[in-house]
Write a new protein. Structure first.
Length: 191
């Protein structure tokens, strides 16, 4: 039975994601992707106008799935538990291929408008999630914040700064220190 066009497109994207995670975006070739999927180069370019379009679609799929899965895991938790889970998930204690993929993507976004647009879109989604967590805490009385968007930006900036440092040189000690700092921020400014 022949695969549907959408199923084949998704298969191409998922294979690209797997290769990007294992090798890095910059090191994956069209040949490796075609061999991984078992299709010809022309098939790939039937679905994607060029390599950048394919890379962007794969990265968007990867990040959307990651975000959706994470947001679903937070749903049953209290606002404070959601923040702690967010912190723990964003602070790699050991080398992590998925975090390296995010780091590579971020570097590309600094030099390419299309990647930058995707970075801004995804950053906005994560920012909205942090705002929702804080807003839920303010509503139930477990957190306080006069300016929720500003507080969420400050918290996100701290978290992303620690995540960037840990992506470069992770260790359990650095994760513990970052978690302590982030929890101190919550205790001082949100509790």
């Amino acid at each position: 039975m022949k695969e549907s066009a959408e199923a084949l497109r998704t298969k191409i994207l998922d294979a690209a994601i797997a290769l990007f995670i294992s090798k890095g975006i910059e090191k994956v070739t069209t040949r490796e992707l075609t061999e991984s999927v078992g299709i010809s180069r022309s098939h790939i370019y039937h679905y994607f106008s060029n390599w950048q379009a394919l890379c962007l679609a794969a990265l968007e799929r990867f990040m959307q799935l990651d975000f959706t899965h994470f947001a679903e895991t937070l749903a049953p938790l209290t606002p404070h538990q959601r923040l702690t889970t967010l912190f723990a998930s964003h602070l790699p204690g050991a080398p992590d291929a998925s975090w390296q993929l995010y780091a590579s993507f971020w570097q590309m976004a600094g030099h390419n408008e299309a990647y930058a647009a995707l970075a801004e879109t995804m950053t906005a989604r994560w920012q909205t999630l942090v705002e929702e967590i804080i807003r839920d805490g303010v509503t139930d009385g477990s957190l306080r914040a006069c300016d929720i968007p500003r507080t969420a930006r400050q918290l996100s900036a701290m978290l992303n700064g620690y995540a960037d440092l840990l992506t470069i040189n992770p260790s359990d000690e650095k994760v513990e220190e970052a978690m302590a700092d982030l929890n101190h921020f919550i205790d001082q400014f949100l509790a």
